[in-house]
Design a protein around this ligand. Structure first.
Ligand SMILES: O=C1O[C@H]([C@@H](O)CO)C(O)=C1O
Length: 580
């Protein structure tokens, strides 16, 4: 009060205004959460078979980060791998104002060298279920991932009620190392990595045995686990007649998954950090790069336990179902469920998958997309041969990342860092998406799609036939730095008439959307985040084979890029010449 007495009238008004806005500011309780991480290779048995994973601070999966909306996360990461660089991408976090913290090697920063430490410092502005993972080479396949959960800001409430919560981070696992997989995929003749040996739930799977072997529908033997093994399933302990929130995230390298809880309905309430209009299903699909929250009610016979099952979708499954147990109190957790695990929908029942995807709509009252667009980019997805190598290409261009991170080369106008010509934003009108790619002229490229700041961009992702006849695969596309509205899915080749079917009323906001075989998916986003952003298939081997593009907007507005992010390639040279 004494301070105010001496203030002029105008200053008093400002002072009071500041006090009031602080009082009303939900970010008042916002914190900076500091973490020190060491990334290293270590022996681990994710599926009961000893192997090597990339862990963080001795843990696999890496530690769960938990924060509140408005908090700042500061991860001081030291690379303790002996011979490889590393970066970590914070999947679903838009990085407003900190594009250098997006953790994409060659795009937002230089890979962190062995022995070096880099500070990722960024704000988590929106509550939701997220995760983080390696974004250099195929390190995600090596197990470099973990969960990132953002609660609502202090004093705010979720728009639904629940009594308890669980988190399931889903992944797939190969016994062949990610380095050997990289060599396989880049070899002539091509060697495909095949289907995963195991599916993991929170980094745990069982390769040699099955929890459900006694039901006799598998040739595997029963698991003899004490519960303290690295591969022992994490059991979900619940009380009867409660509502639980299950956060589910998929960081698979390849597999599209289907999740079910025996005898329980799943009510979907969140997708990729955005609320959706609640709807109820018996099982749900989840593609790599997606996250969901579902609610389930423990309204079943509490003297029994129930299966939680995970199965492969969209590719002929050669990987057994992953299982864990929903354990009702006071029933013993060692009582296995009395009926067999849920039977997954057929792997190629795409109508089932499409029904789930099209059920996802924005929660009533969510922001609607702009009704028009400024620019529309068509992206044809094909599998191609280039010089005898098998690649994926977008409009005939297979992405090979440059040595200098785009964020630096664009900001500082380093002309020779990458191909400055605009990449193609369409494909031949008469291209037949139902036939293997005839195009002998696919090329490697690293051009950038540059959007005017704050313009509205439509992307039409067009699926096509792969190299083998009558094969078209699912690709989940993930956009960095933004959420997009999913305006619609369709069959065959997109035509202008399809635009009439776009949902502009309640399309869901997401950061990952799938294209179904031989179909198209239409997305809309506002290019309002100065930076350079990857947009790519989240299937790790497919990205490695070139299935991605690079978007940029407003890079001249980006200031204060930490030099440590750019001390490689031509930006590194530039700093050296400037004696910086
Ligand atoms: O990229 C891929 O390569 C194989 C196959 O198309 C060629 O072996 C496969 O199933 C992929 O998804």
């Amino acid at each position: 009060m004494i301070g105010i007495i001496n203030l002029s009238k105008r200053a008093t008004t400002i002072f009071v205004f500041i006090c009031v806005s602080l009082f009303h500011n939900p970010a008042l309780g916002a914190k900076t959460r500091h973490f020190k991480w060491a990334v290293e290779s270590m022996y681990w048995s994710p599926d009961c078979v000893e192997n090597v994973v990339i862990g963080i601070n001795g843990q696999f999966p890496g530690p769960t980060i938990r924060a509140r909306a408005g908090d700042t996360i500061a991860v001081e990461l030291t690379n303790k791998l002996h011979t490889e660089g590393v970066v970590i991408h914070w999947h679903g976090i838009r990085q407003f104002g900190t594009p250098w913290a997006d953790g994409t090697a060659s795009i937002s920063q230089c890979a962190i060298n062995p022995g070096e430490t880099f500070l990722f410092r960024f704000k988590v502005d929106k509550a939701g279920t997220y995760f983080y993972h390696g974004h250099y080479g195929m390190q995600r396949s090596a197990g470099l991932y973990g969960s990132l959960i953002v609660d609502v800001a202090q004093g705010e409430k979720e728009p639904f009620h629940y009594d308890g919560e669980f988190n399931l981070l889903l992944s797939d696992w190969w016994h062949k190392s990610s380095q050997l997989q990289e060599v396989d995929l880049s070899s002539k003749p091509f060697r495909w990595i095949g289907e995963p040996q195991s599916l993991l739930i929170n980094g745990r799977g069982q390769y040699n045995c099955s929890l459900a072997a006694h039901f006799g529908n598998s040739s595997s033997i029963s698991c003899d686990l004490r519960g303290n093994e690295q591969c022992a399933p994490q059991i979900l302990h619940v009380h009867p007649n409660k509502i639980y929130r299950l956060r589910v995230t998929s960081t698979t390298a390849l597999a599209s998954l289907n999740l079910a809880i025996g005898n329980h309905k799943l009510v979907v309430v969140e997708a990729d950090g955005n609320y959706v209009e609640p709807f109820s299903v018996d099982d749900m699909d989840i593609y790599s790069g997606e996250s969901y929250s579902i609610l389930f009610t423990t309204d079943q016979d509490p003297s029994k336990n129930y299966w939680i099952s995970l199965s492969v979708r969209g590719r002929e499954p050669k990987t057994p179902q992953a299982l864990t147990i929903l354990n009702y109190s006071p029933t013993s957790a060692s009582n296995l469920p009395t009926s067999p695990p849920p039977i997954a929908p057929l792997w190629n029942d795409y109508n089932h998958s499409k029904a789930f995807s099209t059920n996802i709509l924005a929660r009533t009252g969510s922001a609607r997309p702009p009704t028009t667009y400024d620019r529309r980019v068509f992206l044809l997805n094909t599998q191609n041969h280039i010089d005898g190598y098998v690649k994926w290409a977008i409009n005939n261009v297979s992405l090979v990342l440059p040595a200098t991170p785009y964020l630096g080369s664009i900001k500082y106008g380093l002309k020779r860092a990458f191909d400055r010509r605009n990449p193609p934003e369409n494909f031949p009108f008469d291209y037949d998406v139902t036939k293997p790619a005839p195009n002998p002229n696919s090329t490697y490229g690293n051009g950038v799609y540059t959007f005017s700041l704050n313009s509205t961009v439509d992307v039409i992702l067009q699926n096509a036939n792969a190299l083998a006849p009558n094969v078209s695969e699912i690709h989940p596309w993930h956009l960095h730095g933004h959420d997009f509205w999913v305006l619609g899915y369709g069959e065959g080749k997109f035509t202008n008439e399809d635009e009439r079917k776009f949902n502009l009323k309640d399309p869901p906001l997401r950061n990952t959307a799938v294209i179904f075989p031989y179909g198209w998916t239409a997305l809309r986003f506002v290019a309002n985040n100065p930076g350079v952003w990857a947009f790519h298939c989240h299937i790790e081997p497919h990205l490695h084979m070139g299935m991605g593009v690079v978007f940029a907007e407003g890079v001249d507005h980006v200031s204060k890029i930490p030099k440590e992010a750019l001390t490689c390639g031509l930006t590194g040279k530039m700093f050296m010449n400037n004696k910086g």
